[in-house]
Design a protein around this ligand. Structure first.
Ligand code: C2E
Ligand code: MG
Ligand code: MG
Ligand code: MG
Length: 282
C-alpha cells in the first residue's frame, strides 16, 4: 500500500511499523468514518470591521470530536485528510453546513453575515469547487455575496491557469475569495494582480510580533498597502492585544480577527455578539 498515490505523508511499511504509525493507521480509518458518524462540527470566529467595531462576517472552523480520543485540532487531521484524498468530502460537508447555519441565523431574524469557509488546495484539484459552491448556494438559498472562500497563497502559484479559471467562475457566481495566511507563501505579484480576489488575510505570525518587532511591523504595513493597491481588503488574523489592534488601525487595516475581539464559538454563542460593538479604537 506504500505505492498508493497521494499518501506520501503516511506511507506505511509493515517492518517499520511502530507505535506512531499504528496510531496514524487507526486515525486514518477513523477519519474515513468520521463524516458518516457526524463527528465534525463547525465553530465560528467573528471578523470585525475596524471602523464600526461591528461583526462583518464569521469564519467557519472545523472541529473533530472523536468518541474516545476527544477533540482533535484541524492542524492534526486536515493534512491527513488532504493526503488521504478525503478533504473534498469533508470540505463539501463544511461548505454545506456553513451555508445552512448562515440561513438558520437569518431564520432567527439576525442580520445577514458573510460566512467564510477554508478550502484546501487539494479540493481545487479533486473537484469542481465552483460547481459545488453553486449547488450549495442554490440548495441553501444563501446569497452569493454572503459566502467567502479562504484559499491559500500557495494555491495561487499552482496550475495558475486552471486556478484563475475557477476563481473567475467563483467571481461570476458572486462569492468572495480571500487569501489566507498571506505573507507565508511565495505568491508572485503579477499573478496576484491578475487573480479575481477580494481580501488578503495577514498571517498571524506577523501580527503576533507587532507593534514592537520592526520587521513584522514593516511587513504588516507593506501587506496592507499591497492589498489596497490591488483594491483588496486587508484583514489581520490572530489579533490578541489592544496594541496590535491600534497599530493595525493606524496602518489602515480594514478588518480584524482574533481572540481580542472574538474566539471561535458555537453558533448559539455567536448570536450574543451580533449587535454589539466588539472593538473601539480611539
Ligand atoms: P486559519 O484558517 O488560518 O484559521 C485561523 C486559526 O487561528 C484557527 O485555528 C483559529 O482558532 C486560530 N486563531 C484565531 N484567532 C487567534 C488568536 O488570536 N490567537 C491564536 N493563537 N490563534 C487564533 P484552528 O481552528 O485550529 O484552525 C487551524 C487551521 O486549520 C486553519 O487556519 C485552517 O487552515 C485549517 N482549517 C480549519 N477549518 C478548516 C476547514 O473547514 N477546512 C479546511 N480545509 N481547513 C480548515
Ligand atoms: Mg482561514
Ligand atoms: Mg488564516
Ligand atoms: Mg493561519
Amino acid at each position: 500500500r506504500a505505492k498508493d498515490g497521494g499518501r506520501d505523508a503516511f506511507q506505511l511499511y509493515a517492518p517499520a511499523m511502530n507505535a506512531r504509525s499504528m496510531e496514524l493507521l487507526s486515525l486514518e480509518s477513523e477519519l474515513r468514518r468520521a463524516v458518516d458518524r457526524s463527528e465534525f462540527r463547525l465553530v465560528y470566529q467573528g471578523k470585525v470591521d475596524m471602523e464600526s467595531g461591528q461583526l462583518t462576517g464569521v469564519e467557519a472552523l472545523i472541529r473533530w470530536q472523536h468518541p474516545t480520543l476527544g477533540a482533535i485540532a484541524p492542524n492534526d487531521f486536515i493534512p491527513m485528510a488532504e493526503s488521504l484524498g478525503l478533504i473534498s468530502t469533508i470540505g463539501t460537508w463544511v461548505l454545506r453546513e456553513a451555508c445552512r447555519q448562515a440561513m438558520e441565523w437569518r431564520g432567527k431574524g439576525l442580520p445577514p453575515l458573510c460566512v467564510s469557509v477554508n478550502v484546501s488546495p487539494r479540493q481545487f484539484r479533486d473537484c469542481d469547487v465552483a460547481e459545488i459552491v453553486a449547488e450549495t448556494l442554490a440548495t441553501s438559498g444563501l446569497e452569493p455575496h454572503n459566502l467567502e472562500l479562504e484559499i491559500t497563497e500557495s494555491l495561487l502559484m499552482q496550475r495558475v491557469d486552471e486556478v484563475a479559471s475557477v476563481l473567475r467562475d467563483l467571481r461570476a457566481i458572486g462569492v468572495k475569495v480571500s487569501v489566507d495566511d498571506f505573507g507565508t507563501g511565495y505568491s508572485s505579484l503579477s499573478y496576484l494582480s491578475r487573480m479575481p480576489l477580494d481580501a488578503l488575510k495577514i498571517d498571524r505570525t506577523f501580527v503576533t510580533d507587532i507593534p514592537d518587532a520592526e520587521d513584522a511591523a514593516e511587513i504588516v504595513g507593506t501587506i496592507i498597502n499591497l492589498a489596497h493597491s490591488l483594491k483588496l481588503k486587508a484583514v489581520a488574523e490572530g489579533v490578541e492585544t489592544v496594541a496590535q489592534a491600534m497599530f493595525l488601525h493606524q496602518k489602515g487595516c480594514d478588518q480584524v480577527q482574533g481572540f481580542l475581539v472574538a474566539r471561535p464559538m458555537a453558533p448559539a454563542e455567536l448570536i450574543s455578539l451580533m449587535d454589539r460593538r466588539l472593538l473601539s479604537i480611539i
